[in-house]
Design a protein around this ligand. Structure first.
Ligand SMILES: C[S@@+](CC[C@H](N)C(=O)[O-])C[C@H]1O[C@@H](n2cnc3c(N)ncnc32)[C@H](O)[C@@H]1O
Length: 217
């Protein structure tokens, strides 16, 4: 999978550099997340990453209660994620939820599959970041201590989401937020910028992850 991604342009997957950033964020978090919901699954790279990180963080205490739900609305990608997850030996831990993210969030809550989310990963189309966050609030999927990670919030980013999160939320939930930048990705952006490859520049100016903690619920 790694070889395939490296040999193809514009693969919209979570880069290694960002995985290290996220590992560092989660390393400091106590208790460690067990229930992860991801919006935007694509080929399953990040879903597999979350499965592997759950295994890493809970190696001593065991995986009871640990689960990753990856929500993907494209049936073709959903099928591909399932096969990649199976190949990675993570089918017991990672589940693909097929359909539009808003429907999937409602289904997970209403069917009692998920009560509250420990970690929400926003990585679908940016115009859904804010409405889906508000939907999570409405469904009370957040609790004090939930962490929300939003990918590629730098450019073109999700300005409405960032305004909302930075303002601390709108009532029932309060947020504290911080932007993390993967340094190696930022450097590669500068290099590309110098070479004036504008198209590559726009695709690569995505080195930021916004980590938001629910501090009151
Ligand atoms: C950037 S990719 C996800 C990459 C993946 N998280 C990774 O790092 O491996 C975005 C994915 O979100 C899916 N998507 C976009 N909007 C969606 C929505 N409203 N509901 C569910 N999936 C959505 C797209 O089909 C696409 O596969």
């Amino acid at each position: 999978m790694d070889k395939y991604i490296k040999s193809h342009k514009n693969m919209i997957v979570l880069e290694h550099e960002k995985v290290e950033v996220v590992r560092e964020i989660l390393r400091k978090l106590e208790p460690k997340p067990k229930v992860v919901v991801e919006l935007g699954g694509y080929m399953g790279v990040s879903a597999i990453t979350w499965g592997a990180l759950l295994k890493e963080f809970h190696s001593e205490s065991g995986l009871e209660g640990c689960h990753v739900y990856t929500c993907e609305y494209n049936a073709k990608w959903a099928e591909i994620i399932r096969s990649h997850v199976e190949f990675a030996g993570l089918s017991d831990l990672v589940e693909v939820v097929e359909g539009p993210s808003s429907d999937s969030l409602k289904r997970l809550k209403e069917e009692g599959v998920v009560d509250t989310v420990d970690m929400l990963f926003l990585d679908h189309w940016k115009n859904f970041y804010l409405p889906d966050t508000k939907l999570c609030e409405e469904l009370r999927l957040f609790r004090k201590g939930t962490i929300i990670l939003a990918d590629n919030t730098d450019f073109p980013g999700a300005p409405d989401y960032m305004d909302y999160i930075r303002s601390g939320g709108s009532g029932n939930f309060k947020y504290e937020t911080k932007t993390y930048v993967a340094p190696e990705l930022k450097e590669s952006v500068s290099a590309i910028r110098v070479s004036k490859l504008f198209k590559a520049f726009t695709y690569n100016f995505q080195a930021a992850v916004e980590a938001t903690l629910v501090v009151a619920a």
